[in-house]
Every structure is written in C-alpha cells, then in structure tokens.
Design a binder for this molecule. Structure first.
Ligand SMILES: [Zn+2]
Ligand SMILES: [Zn+2]
Length: 186
C-alpha cells in the first residue's frame, strides 16, 4: 500500500473512532469503551480486491477456526468509498465493520441498535443505495438487443454506438444492461 492510501485509511480510522468515543446512552454511559476503541484502532484496514467489487466493506476472521474478535479480524473497504462524494459514507461503512469486529457477527437487533447510533443514518442508507447502483453498473454485462427480431448478443463492455444494426434482419440494436443482484453487505 502506498503512503497516500495509508494516510487516507488512517485518517478514516481516526474519524470513525473519535465519533464512536462520544456515543452515550441515556445514563451517559459510553457504548464503546476506551479499551475497545484502542483494540479497533489496531485492526488492519485495506482495500477490497476486484473480485469483491460489489461489496462496500467486509470483515473476515484471520483465523477461521476462532470466533470473530478485535484481535482476530481484518477489514476491507471498497476503493470507490474514497471518492470525495462517498467520503462521509466511508466512515459509516467502517463503523459498520467495526461493530462486526467487536464480535457481533450477524445483523441482529443488537447490531442494528448500535448501527443506529450513527448520525444521519437515513442519509447514509440513501448514499449506500447510490453506491450499490454504481457498483452494479460497473459489473453489469450489456445485451445488444435487436428491436426487430429480439436477437440478443451479450457484451461485457458498455461501448456502443446508437447506429448499430442487426446484420440478419437490419433491425436497430439497443444496448441494455443485464444487472445481477449483488452479494449481501457484511
Ligand atoms: Zn434482428
Ligand atoms: Zn455487516
């Protein structure tokens, strides 16, 4: 990882952890202790590979035979989160992964309650859906469809000109994305 990426990721870590430090319940008790936050700050964070392009973030056990914990996990984030328009959302994704790191494996009620501590959670969901759509577009295959006879050619690139015709019947071809459902967030 080059210096620039390293800086971006450590800044993000710092931002998220300093927000987590101020989350308190109605008795003014903190949700995340200093010790937990210290452990979280030591977790390796890097970028997702192209194979997991449709995910926003992913937490995995380092040792698959042991339970998920701050000392037994690593976090990967989608590189697209570091485009300026997604920067605030990136904090939310890392927060989500940090909740997993603390041993909350599934998205159960307790998990969602912690997740809801994040400010502007609704806005985060909206931006999240926008990112999902963008990632789906990148992954989509394209179908050149003949408007006259219905003939379909699949293409992996969106490169297309509006004046393409089907050789056999001379119908005009249209370019339609084939969108597959993305894997669940985790
Ligand atoms: Zn045709
Ligand atoms: Zn998750």
């Amino acid at each position: 990882m080059d210096d620039n990426n390293y800086q971006i990721l450590s800044q993000l870590r710092e931002n998220v952890i300093s927000k987590m430090r101020i989350f308190v319940d109605k008795n003014n008790e903190r949700f995340f202790s200093d010790n937990e936050l210290l452990q979280l700050s030591d977790i390796e964070v890097s970028f997702l590979s192209r194979n997991s392009i449709s995910r926003h973030g992913l937490t995995t056990n380092l040792d698959k035979s042991k339970k998920l914990s701050p000392s037994n996990c690593k976090v990967k984030l989608n590189k697209k989160l570091f485009e300026e328009k997604y920067f605030l959302y990136a904090e939310f994704v890392l927060f989500h992964e940090y909740i997993h790191c603390l041993g909350n494996f599934s998205h159960d009620k307790n998990f969602r309650q912690l997740e809801n501590l994040w400010p502007e959670k609704k806005q985060m969901n909206i931006i999240g859906r926008q990112l999902t759509r963008e990632l789906q577009e990148i992954k989509a295959q394209w179908a050149w469809t003949c408007s006259k006879c219905g003939f379909v050619v699949k293409r992996s690139s969106r490169k297309f000109r509006s004046n393409y015709f089907h050789k056999e019947c001379l119908g005009k071809l249209k370019n339609i994305p084939i969108i597959r459902p993305t894997s669940l967030e985790h």
